[in-house]
Design a binder for this molecule. Structure first.
Ligand code: THG
Length: 544
């Protein structure tokens, strides 16, 4: 939701006085407090006599721009005031507003087109605000034709369906919602805004009515509003309604606003811990994070230091080889990446990772950075600043990094440099794949040529694959006790077909050394690092 702060409006008496007295402190306070409360634009309405308005508008703009850098929404029907304002702004502004009134079409439309500004379009004309949805839509259709002709893209438009108080028009809310729906269906790129608190004018406990209106309008398609950003209850509803409607992927905006203290249940005191996530939520989020970390090769699955796993990874440039200034510039880049990862800024992370790899920098440092970032994400989770969605998102960011890094890790090794061939399968009757996938990834990045047969793999398929692929090692995975016998049958069948030259390892939930003996495997591996070590021992021999 794009919040346009409404408070700097000369129709409010305190603002009118401040403009008159050139009280910049008062105006700057309104600017700062609205931005701190989440305003993305500030509406600026001098509200003074047309003769005086251009000068007042410019004074307001300069005064505001001295303390905040959000763009402004120039709120005036007076082309002279808008012209002066357009010359004074230091960021592309929005114009509030065009309507179907002849004077505005002649005075405002050319300015918006010439300066290519975002533009609020009111669904009214010289006959006033139409009663019916159809008439409002017709006005907007007529105006969109003109803005298109003038070269304004549809997504520069913010249609205001016009909200009048429910105290005098019982249909006011429904008319606004329906107008939004119709226009959105016809012009999917167009945005919507409105003076939201108009709905409750003249009523008691206005914020309740504003909140109900906001939730319903957001469902209809409202994606901006001219409001008092400091109205806390309204802010709560805006963030939570967007969240519930699925308009806030990964709950990013809501959770960020929560961290910043911008939203919070009225009964919940600031700083009071939120209730803990349920076990099943946590397991789900952690599964994603674990597989992402494993596939990024940064999961600490063994007690051994990470460097134990590193020899097979190639492409590392020892830091000592780089010039000191270069090294510190790289350190800064890595630090920036860690910050972007912790801040869940996916786009920034993507761009920085790509640039790093394009520059031929050490890909392994990205994995180290990911590990550091995940430690911090974990800390924030413990501190109840991050929640389940952040864990899931962290997992996704990591997966993307690991996908980007992988080709760079492999390119130096090349196929000829592979250490050996390994077949991995989850046996017949079992469909668990998380542990198996982690083993596949770890073997892969440790230089093995891995054939992953997937889950629920019949005995005959493993035998066929063994004949074709000629592995030195076969790893069988299973989570359930039901997997014991299929493991035994598989190993027996491969031995019958291929003789004794292959090593067998098993792993998964219910497995241990006893089971390994029972099924005829050479070893049980407790985790993915153990699997890599077993392969190193069997294939490279001895103390690899
Ligand atoms: N659509 C568009 N632009 C608009 C509006 C709209 N601009 C002006 C207005 N409506 C939205 N801005 C305000 C600014 C201040 C107040 C309300 C809306 C405000 N009102 C107090 C009240 O309503 O009780 C009293 C005023 C005061 O404090 O003096 O503050 O609909 N496109």
């Amino acid at each position: 939701m794009l919040v346009i702060g409404e408070k700097i409006n000369g129709t409010r008496s305190e603002v009118a006085q401040a403009i008159q007295a050139r009280d910049s402190q008062m105006i700057q306070h309104l600017a700062l407090s609205q931005v701190a409360a989440g305003a993305g634009y500030l509406d600026v309405n001098a509200g003074t006599h047309p003769k005086q308005e251009p000068e007042d508008m410019v004074w307001l703009i300069n005064t505001i721009q001295d303390v905040v850098d959000v763009p402004l929404c120039l709120d005036s029907a007076n082309p002279e005031a808008l012209k002066a304002g357009l010359a004074a702004v230091n960021k592309p502004p929005m114009i509030n507003s065009l309507s179907g009134e002849k004077a505005r079409i002649e005075g405002v439309l050319p300015l918006a087109c010439e300066h290519k500004t975002r533009l609020i379009v009111l669904a009214l004309d010289d006959n006033g605000i139409p009663k019916t949805v159809e008439d409002r839509v017709a006005i907007v259709e007529r105006l969109v034709k003109m803005t298109r002709q003038g070269g304004l893209p549809d997504d520069y438009l913010y249609v205001d369906p016009l909200v009048i108080t429910i105290a005098t028009d019982n249909a006011s809310g429904r008319t606004a919602f329906e107008t939004i729906r119709r226009i959105k269906a016809r012009y999917p790129e167009i945005h919507f805004t409105c003076g939201l608190s108009n709905i409750s004018f003249g009523q008691p406990s206005r914020t309740l009515i504003n909140q109900a209106f906001a939730a319903l309008a957001i469902q209809a398609g409202l994606d901006s509003a001219i409001v008092d950003p400091e109205e806390k209850g309204l802010r709560n509803i805006i963030y939570s309604a967007e969240l519930v409607l699925g308009l806030d992927p990964h709950c990013k905006n809501y959770n960020k606003a929560h961290r910043n203290g911008l939203v919070g249940a009225p009964t919940q005191k600031a700083g009071e811990p939120a209730p803990a996530a349920s076990d099943s939520q946590l397991v789900g989020a952690l599964k994603g994070l674990v597989s992402a970390m494993a596939s990024a090769g940064i999961l600490d699955l063994s007690a051994a230091p990470a460097s134990d796993a590193a020899p097979a990874l190639t492409g590392s440039i020892p830091a000592a080889q780089a010039a000191p200034s270069q090294a510190s510039a790289d350190d800064d880049r890595i630090k920036g990446m860690i910050e972007a990862m912790v801040a869940m800024d996916e786009e920034k992370v993507d761009a920085m990772v790509k640039e790093w790899l394009d520059d031929g920098k050490d890909p392994l440092r990205l994995l180290d950075a990911s590990r550091d970032a995940m430690v911090e994400v974990g800390r924030l989770f413990d501190a109840k600043e991050y929640f389940v969605p952040e864990l899931i998102l962290a997992g996704e960011i990591l997966s993307a990094i690991s996908t980007a890094v992988k080709p760079y890790l492999k390119s130096d090794a090349g196929d000829s440099a592979k250490k050996g061939r390994v077949i991995i399968a989850t046996v017949e009757g079992d469909i668990h794949d998380i542990g198996k996938d982690i083993v596949v990834t770890m073997l892969d990045i440790n230089g093995y040529d891995v054939l992953d047969l997937g889950v629920d793999v019949p005995v005959a398929k493993v035998v066929e694959a063994a004949k074709e692929f000629k592995p030195q090692v076969i790893g069988l995975s299973g989570f359930l006790t039901l997997a014991y016998d299929p493991m035994k049958f598989t190993i027996t069948a491969v031995k019958e077909a291929m003789g004794n030259g292959i090593h067998y390892m098993i792993g998964g939930g219910q497995m241990d050394d006893e089971v390994a003996k029972y099924v005829g495997a050479d070893a049980f591996g407790k985790d993915a690092m153990e699997a890599v070590k077993l392969c190193d021992k069997w294939i490279l021999g001895g103390n690899a």
